[in-house]
Design a protein around this ligand. Structure first.
Ligand SMILES: [Ca+2]
Length: 209
């Protein structure tokens, strides 16, 4: 779907930005356009596709290193923070279904956690941890962490390490919990180490001693 109003269209959706559809007879410009523009101008420069809907409060995106699929972290209601594997055209449920309760104490939507045609999260947290920025680890520094998913936890105040097998979470470890920090984002450095940054302004580097 091509956006007619960027600000209306992107609400609670994940969108995919592609290069503009070009006339194949015309050579593509050698340089990328200057993206120092606001969102409305951007719509005219790229092709925008609605990818998925039903997201509540998305926080992080990361590409799975072997499948190439986009994974996403999302703040849910009380007891319903989610990890999702985004599929094109899918509906991830909000506000119709979800885990946990609204912070007002009311049930989410119909109060149901599942409904046909709506996607289930890969994983959810109850109690919540407020998952934030995330990254799959593909570095060589710590071999046993290969393809693990790391997610900063804000209210949880730790760095999540999730072991993923066949698109399911089969292990969870909470790192740096003694630091008392709200972990905002995590990424892998070109040196193969893992870096994570906190709301309080600390940057940690994780590597083999
Ligand atoms: Ca959901």
């Amino acid at each position: 779907m091509l956006a007619t109003s960027w600000r209306e269209t992107v609400w609670q959706q994940a969108v995919r930005l592609l290069p503009p559809a070009t006339d194949k007879r015309q050579p593509r410009p050698a340089t990328r356009p200057d993206f120092g523009l606001d969102a409305l101008d951007l719509v005219e420069l790229v092709q925008v596709e609605q990818h998925s809907i039903g997201h509540r409060n998305p926080q992080g995106l990361a590409i799975h290193p072997t499948t190439g699929e986009v994974w996403q972290s999302e703040h849910g209601p009380r007891g319903g923070d989610e990890l999702n594997r985004l599929q094109a055209g899918a509906n991830y449920g909000w506000p119709t279904i979800g885990y946990g309760l609204e912070y007002s104490g009311q049930p989410v939507g119909s109060g149901r956690t599942q409904r046909q045609g709506l996607e289930q999260p890969v994983y959810y947290w109850d109690p919540v941890v407020s998952p934030s920025g995330m990254a799959f680890y593909t570095g060589n520094c710590i071999a046993e962490w290969q393809n693990n998913l790391f997610i900063g936890a804000l209210s949880g105040q730790h760095l999540l390490r999730l072991v993923i097998d066949n698109n399911r979470v089969v292990g969870e470890e909470r790192l740096l919990a003694s630091e008392g920090q709200r972990f905002r984002d995590v990424t892998q450095g070109t040196d193969g180490a893992l870096y994570t940054v906190t709301d309080q302004g600390r940057l940690y580097r994780l590597d083999r001693p």
